[in-house]
Every structure is written in structure tokens, then in C-alpha cells.
Write a protein that binds this ligand. Structure first.
Ligand code: CUA
Length: 161
């Protein structure tokens, strides 16, 4: 038979459960905010860059570069409202390391064959190495709202056989 105090215990129990769930929610939100703004926090490699000093980096001449060892590095600069370059040609079947920055606000790029989706945050370099297996032409638009010209901000990846 439930008396007054038993019900209080159940209430207290569920109150604790609810508070723990709320705490977990806030911890999750906080963790995602920290991981987005501070790369390296969860073990990812942090690469910072001063958008005002891009001219002193390989981003000064965006596009695909072949290193002395044959490694392929692509440098992409996002600025409201364009990507530089806005057409990138890469060979199929070879690893390409993409280095991406934004000079102003947050932009987004869904690359090529659908499984590279990058958020470009000013002050940070996004780095992804990817092998594009399927030759073709892939057009994508900026997918983070960045201002009045957002919908005109497009990028084409051409994977050459
Ligand atoms: Cu750039 Cu939306």
C-alpha cells in the first residue's frame, strides 16, 4: 500500500532522473559547441589561421598543387559569396588532401560524391584527405546560410579519369 512518504520517494527518484537527463542535455550541447569552436578539444588536429594573413600561405593561390613527392593538396578559400577556385579538377583514384578556409563568415561545402561535408569556420583550416573514385562533375552549393548571396555560392568538383 502506498502511503504519503512512499510517493514522495518515487517522486524524488524521477525528479533525480529528470535532472540527470537535463544535465546530460546541457553537457551535450556544451560539448558540441566546444568541439565546433575549438578543434583539438576531442583529439582532432587543430589548425588555426589568421584570415588576414592568407596571402602568406598556400591559400594565396587557391587550387590544386602537386608536391615534390607527387602528393596532391587542394586549397579552397570561401568568401561571401564565392569559392576560390569555384571549379576544382582532381584525378580519380588518388588521395587528395583538401585544405579549406573561410575569410569572413561560416560557409559550408558538401563535396563531390556526397560524403564530405565541411563547415568552414573563419580562423580555422579544415583538412580532409579523400580519394575520389568516380569520375564525373559534381556541383554543390554553400550549405551554411552566409548572407544575401548565399544561394549563388556554388562549387564544382570535376573528378577526371
Ligand atoms: Cu556561403 Cu552560404
Amino acid at each position: 500500500m502506498l502511503d504519503h512518504h512512499t510517493i514522495e520517494k518515487y517522486e524524488l527518484g524521477w525528479l533525480v532522473v529528470a535532472l540527470v537527463l537535463i544535465a546530460m542535455l546541457f553537457a551535450g550541447v556544451l560539448a558540441s559547441m566546444i568541439s565546433e569552436t575549438v578543434p583539438g578539444f576531442f583529439g582532432t588536429k587543430a589548425q588555426y589561421i589568421d584570415p588576414a594573413k592568407l596571402s602568406q600561405t598556400p591559400f594565396a593561390t587557391p587550387g590544386l598543387k602537386t608536391g615534390p613527392d607527387g602528393a596532391l593538396d587542394a586549397y579552397i578559400v570561401a568568401t561571401a559569396f564565392q569559392f576560390q577556385p569555384n571549379v576544382l579538377r582532381v584525378p580519380a583514384g588518388r588521395p587528395v588532401t583538401l585544405h579549406m578556409v573561410s575569410t569572413d563568415v561560416i560557409h559550408g561545402l558538401l563535396l563531390g560524391q556526397g560524403n564530405v561535408n565541411v563547415e568552414l569556420i573563419p580562423g580555422q583550416v579544415a583538412v580532409i584527405t579523400k580519394v575520389f573514385d568516380h569520375p564525373g562533375s559534381y556541383t554543390s552549393e554553400c550549405n551554411e546560410y552566409c548572407g544575401t548571396g548565399h544561394q549563388t555560392m556554388s562549387f564544382k568538383l570535376i573528378v577526371e579519369a
